[in-house]
Design a protein around this ligand. Structure first.
Ligand SMILES: Cc1cc2nc3c(=O)[nH]c(=O)nc-3n(C[C@H](O)[C@H](O)[C@H](O)COP(=O)(O)O)c2cc1C
Length: 146
């Protein structure tokens, strides 16, 4: 049995991947977020999508079977290319328990476009990548309480 939010579930995983948008505009992004939120609410998945013209960086967290199924669909999606898995780990609690898919257009980037073009994300450790989302979550919580 599992639920979203703070409740501990037994097979919780986090998966983070990076990709390059194919046809990035506000209508495409709105469509992606609508798909993501509808499916994730159904599937008990939470997470965040950090995005910019040159890059998507997404964290998915939830029951392993559901996250794997969502990722399989995401791999087939032609709205992005060059999909590369960066982190896959078992966890005991969620970072984005309240969010079917938080959307962050710019705030949490620690890498500039030039850094990305220079391959810095390829050299980042899994801890560096997780840290982007930990900081995003902390920022959202701070904003909500002020
Ligand atoms: C950048 C990006 C992020 C996405 N995030 C999710 C997600 O979090 N959950 C999800 O179910 N689908 C997500 N999708 C959409 C899936 O690729 C797919 O279109 C959707 O799950 C519907 O699949 P179906 O048409 O096979 O039912 C994302 C797509 C893109 C391009």
């Amino acid at each position: 049995m599992w639920t979203t939010g703070a409740t501990v579930i037994t097979d919780l995983i986090q998966l983070i991947y990076v990709s390059q948008p194919f046809g990035y505009d506000s209508a495409t992004l709105a469509g992606i977020l609508l798909d993501a939120r509808n499916h994730n609410t159904r599937d008990g998945i939470t997470g965040a999508l950090v995005c910019r013209h040159d890059i998507y960086l997404q964290l998915l967290e939830g029951p392993a079977d559901q996250v794997n199924a969502a990722y399989a669909r995401i791999l087939r999606d032609d709205r992005h290319v060059g999909i590369k898995e960066l982190v896959r780990r078992d966890v005991t609690q969620r970072i984005f328990g309240d969010w079917a898919m938080l959307h962050d257009p710019e705030v949490s980037w620690i890498w500039s476009r030039e850094d990305i073009a220079d391959g810095q994300l390829d050299r980042a450790t899994p801890a560096d990548v997780v840290d982007v989302f930990t900081r995003l979550s902390a920022k959202v919580q701070t904003d909500a309480s002020t």
